[in-house]
Design a protein around this ligand. Sequence first.
Ligand SMILES: Cc1ncc(COP(=O)(O)O)c(C=O)c1O
Length: 454
Amino acid sequence: MQKSQWWKEGYDFSQLPEMKTESPGPESRRLHARAAGIIKGLSSQVKLHPVCFKEGFGVVLTDVDGNRYIDFSSGIYVTTLGHCHPKISEAVAQAAKTMMNCHDFTTPVKVELLEKMVQILPAGVNGVQLYDSGTTAVEAALRAARAYTGKHEFLSFMMDFHGKSGHAVSLAKMNGTNGAGRAQGFYMVPKPYPYRPLFKKADGSIDTDAYIDYYEYFLANATTGQVAAFIAEPIQGWGGSVIPPDDFYPKLKKFCQKHDMLLIADEVLTSMGRTGKYLAMEHWNTTADISTMGKGFGNGFPVTAMVADERIKESFEKISASTSYGGNPMACAAALASIEVIEEEGLLENALRLEKYFIKRMEKMKREHKIIGDVRVRGCLLGIELVKDLNSKEPFDEAGKMVYTKAFRKGLAWIPAGHILRLSPPIIMDEEIAAKGMDIVDEAICETEKELGY
Ligand SMILES: Cc1ncc(COP(=O)(O)O)c(C=O)c1O
């Protein structure tokens, strides 16, 4: 049992989700049409289901037609501790009334945050710099790695995502318009994907040694040998909640050490309890040389961080590390209150309790549905991979869209990604609400299978 369920007070959960109109309802459609005439470049999530939200509280989102949804999106992996936690909202409001910005001068709340971070992060991680988006933290990590090693190239993983600046897109899959030319010295290699292994042992299971051997070969033959760092998303978010085998990160760390390159863990999405730890790399007893934190770090307030150990933190001095908004008083108040809430309410433990429930439930769904190829769970970071055929494993994008919109209409706010259903419930949830959300996913998959003749 969680220590506090503030979000339950005054709400009737027996009626959740509560759909008073169709979704999107008339008022959602009207407001969305006004916005969409002006704002362009909306995500597929919004285009597929253009609902207009009015309010969020705890695990519930309410739209402008009065429909109440179970939140399995946390924004986009952001409001990990639920919407509008009174302690976090109050901390931000107080800071907003006191002082909004003094560049990177020290403030009392910043000192408290920095010291708290050193307490909760793995032993030896005691260097911090604060930013305002995941992308700026990633960019800073790359600059710090160059400053520390004196080298300039980078290795990253196919299907990982690191943001949308010039260097961040160079670390990831590009298309003709958002990154037509990879920046010089940026290289990508495959990452172990247990459901779709590229390198296999004789028994068909994934061979992580073969991946490391390939990186050796690649380093020797495709780079100039000047690789400053290998950057990894510990668990892929956008790529589809892909979790490498347990032996992979310790091996990758050794590989980096052998070649005097840093390991950067981009934990923008996976940090702050999303997977049941402050940093997901803790699951593998691996401490990266530099880590980034974001999204849930301020539980909705834009605050991110780059953190590193004693050896590396001095290199922050060499990269002109400060920004206009990084570490402003509201940001520090939000991040500090978020850490305190995790501690006070035992939320890392709750995320791991929920993980057990989700594993059991999703494994059962996999046995029961012909279009579920794989299910993946770590804490409250979940993925369901839909395929046309369990043998061919052909991705089933059409089914992904159908399941997403059907579930949304039934009252589940969540995140699509082609054929991979991504679920990101807040870690404050209890099993009862988690089960209601999974019932909706289950029903939507059943209906989709029926319509598609499975
Ligand atoms: C792993 C990872 N890194 C970096 C980013 C970029 O963060 P932001 O959108 O805050 O710039 C994201 C965003 O989704 C992410 O998931």
